[in-house]
Design a protein around this ligand. Structure first.
Ligand SMILES: Cc1cc2nc3c(=O)[nH]c(=O)nc-3n(C[C@H](O)[C@H](O)[C@H](O)COP(=O)(O)O)c2cc1C
Ligand code: SF4
Length: 692
């Protein structure tokens, strides 16, 4: 296939000072839960993106000094020469494919609790640290501290050059960087030349950029990453006030501007709250006030939108973090005219969540993310089949679709049987709930790919029994029959029966998704803490119900703090008039009310509601698997060599986990897999340690 000429503009080179990006695709800095802790995994992940056509590959934020220690986060670190090897490895992986490597050194100021280093945190002013709300304070920096900070940054710049980086990104974004924190009125009460007027507050950042430029000369490009607006009105930076003034003041200093909005939860907004290009209204002034190239982000996955913002003169480069995680080969696919093959990010922020849990990043759309090194999984290549035999996949939800696709790609004949009259399973059902439409991309990408493959046959409306599966005698069987929400309330907080759960006025999210509606006012009981309780609430409000949401936790949808959207979810429910009761357990359900008890005092309260939606936990729909697994002789007689359950039917979890399980089934089919199915990064100790 050849590239659509409309997209030619995306493949023009862009000069970033002394270095040249081969096209307009810029992988914006993103942490990944691997960083310095799993350095080979991190380097391989970056290398795959370079192979996929991104012209610039950035690191995540790289902390530069023990006083900027954000342990236990698994970010990058550049404190001394001993940090160079892993960063050099990343540069090599990036250079191997002709891309430029960029590094984002940072001092985290009051964010850093310095749990490992035990240094006293630093800040423009005396201020409690933000990390974990730890009982620690940052102290106001004196002039010697400011000089030291400039030196640490410079040391990091010089080391980065030695590691092989082509670009330095001077960082004042997200309210995560000391130089950026100095700029903010609400933090900076200094009376010296670093406080007071805007010029004074920007002084430190200007010095950092100038120091960097002096140090690298013509050997490296210097980018500035700056958040022009914090979405907190007059209490923060605003794009039409100081945000713009700062860009004007520093306009010609960097070789390129990388502009976005702060804080991180605004910048990486989920698709439930923002569409592609959501940052444009904030950053579109930047190119008008500088002659330097500009890059911006906004979950860009569609080439037409990318071309539009280049042609409109809003940006010179397309910045992307999540789209590059979901599809590391996005640029190549556009270049090769394979638009339909792009695995578009769904904006769920599972990537951010795993990083925020200090674990290697996972991606809903890209099951190979984080597995490039430890399992050798490549997002676009898969080994030919290791065994003969056809594959039967029962259930076409996210696990089943991915299993069928990947097994087909390995060269197996595949039959995909789905009981319902549509593909997608939970993805199809959930994507009809408010705010989740983009999630349908999980289904659409896979069903399109499957439709292009002659060796995969799809049968809808085809519920199979265990007996039929035995009769067919297909060699390799994956059971992907999903899960159902429990009615009995058993879960994190309730391990004993709750009175009234057998009554007719109790529904689950499955009922709501099936179109069943209660009569009268509704109480949603959420002991799941992810999105489901809140989207069911939104749905029922839209349907005209009066809704209360009760949860044992102190906030609504508490786990969505990891996906950066908790406060937006709670705000939306409040705006919709949903009653919110936190820190309460469910005790009893009657025809007219629900009885709750405070988790601390045990004090009871009654909430008038004639129906309850129980959002607590799920049970695998694994009956077919259990029937088949129960009789190994019959399996053998039927010629079935492999029987696996995958996805929610194996262990109810995220859609990302289901896609991964489907992929893993296909990758491991016929392969020898040991108890630990991936390589671990214990190399340094392993080489030094002599076995007795
Ligand atoms: C998992 C994850 C980690 C991120 N880490 C960083 C980081 O270390 N430094 C940074 O400047 N931005 C970071 N970001 C923000 C991204 O660079 C980007 O600005 C934001 O995600 C919006 O772009 P997107 O819509 O293309 O994802 C991160 C984003 C994600 C999703
Ligand atoms: S996890 Fe979700 S938001 Fe993150 S890159 Fe993948 S699809 Fe996009």
């Amino acid at each position: 296939m050849t590239r659509d000429p409309r997209y030619d503009v995306l493949f023009e080179p862009v000069k970033i000072g002394p270095v040249t990006a081969k096209n307009r695709f810029y992988q914006a800095p993103h942490c990944n839960g691997m960083g310095r802790t799993f350095p080979s995994s991190m380097a391989a992940m970056r290398g795959v993106k370079a192979e996929g056509g991104w012209a610039v590959i950035s690191t995540e934020q790289i902390d530069i000094h023990p006083s900027s220690d954000i342990t236990p986060a698994t970010e990058g670190r550049l404190w001394s020469d001993s940090d160079l090897p892993y960063l050099a490895r990343m540069c090599d992986a990036v250079h191997e494919h002709g891309a430029l490597a960029s590094i984002e050194p940072v001092h985290n100021g009051k964010i850093a609790a310095n749990l490992y280093s035990r240094e006293v945190p630093l800040f423009p002013t005396h201020m409690p640290v933000s990390m974990f709300n730890a009982p620690l304070q940052a102290r106001a920096m004196d002039k010697a501290d400011i000089r030291a900070y400039r030196r640490w940054h410079l040391d990091a710049v010089r080391r980065a050059k030695r590691a092989g980086f082509d670009i330095i990104c001077c960082y004042a974004g997200h309210n995560l960087s000391l130089a950026g924190m100095f700029m903010l009125n609400r933090y900076n009460f200094r009376t010296d030349e670093y406080g007071g007027s805007l010029e004074n507050r920007v002084r430190l950042f200007r010095e950092i950029i100038e120091d960097t430029k002096d140090a690298v000369g013509d050997s490296m490009g210097v980018i500035v990453r700056f958040s022009v607006d914090e979405l907190r009105g007059a209490e923060g930076l605003e794009a039409d006030k100081e945000g713009r003034d700062i860009v004007e003041m520093l306009a010609e200093l960097p070789d390129m501007w990388d502009v976005n909005i702060a804080e991180w939860d605004n910048d990486s907004m989920t698709s439930r709250f923002a569409d592609e290009g959501y940052q444009e209204p904030f950053i579109d002034f930047v190119k008008k006030v500088t002659t330097k190239p500009v890059v911006a982000v906004g979950r860009y996955t569609t080439p037409d939108r990318m071309v539009a913002i280049v042609n409109k003169g809003i940006v010179d480069m397309i910045g992307a973090a999540r789209p590059s995680i979901a599809d590391p080969f996005l640029p190549r696919k556009i270049e090769e005219g394979r638009i339909e093959d792009i695995r578009e990010c769904i904006g769920c922020n599972i990537c951010a969540a795993w990083n925020n849990m200090s674990s290697p990043m996972r991606c809903t759309q890209n099951p190979t993310s984080g597995e490039e090194w430890r399992r050798g999984w490549h997002p676009e290549r898969i080994a030919p089949r290791a065994v003969d035999g056809a594959v039967l996949v029962v259930g076409a939800g996210p696990a089943g679709l991915e299993a069928a696709l990947a097994a087909g790609q390995r060269g197996h004949e595949v039959i995909l049987a789905e009981a319902r009259d549509e593909l997608g399973g939970r993805v199809s059902l959930e994507s009809r709930l408010p705010g989740l439409a983009t999630w349908a991309r999980v289904r659409d990408y896979r069903s399109y790919q499957i439709s292009q493959m002659a060796n995969i046959e799809v049968y809808k409306s085809s519920a199979l029994s265990a007996a039929q599966i035995l009769d067919y005698g297909i060699e390799h069987v994956a059971i992907a029959t999903g899960a159902r929400w429990r009615r009995d309330g058993y879960g994190r907080h309730h391990q004993f029966p709750i009175s009234g759960t057998d009554a007719g006025n109790l529904l689950t999210p499955d009922d709501i998704m099936a179109g069943i509606r209660p009569a009268g006012d509704v109480l949603i009981y959420d002991d799941d803490h992810y999105y489901m309780g809140s989207v069911v609430a939104e749905q029922l409000v839209a349907d005209g119900y009066r809704v209360t949401l009760a949860t044992p936790h102190a906030m609504v949808a508490s786990w969505t703090e990891f996906t950066l959207e908790q406060h937006r979810i709670q705000a939306r429910l409040l705006e919709l008039g949903v009653g919110i009761i936190t820190c309460h357990l469910l005790r009893a359900i009657t025809d007219s009310h629900v009885e709750l008890a405070c988790i601390y005092s045990g004090r009871r309260q009654q909430v008038e509601a004639s129906a309850l939606v129980m959002v607590v936990s799920r049970l695998p729909e694994d009956e077919i698997y259990q029937q088949l697994a129960a009789d190994s002789d019959r399996l053998r007689d039927a010629g079935i060599k492999t029987l696996k359950r995958i996805g929610d039917c194996h262990g109810p979890a995220t859609i990302a986990a289901a896609v991964y399980e489907g992929h893993r089934f296909a990758r491991e089919l016929g392969e020898e897999v040991s108890d630990i199915s991936f390589a671990r990064e214990l190399s340094e100790l392993a080489t030094e340690f002599k076995l007795p």
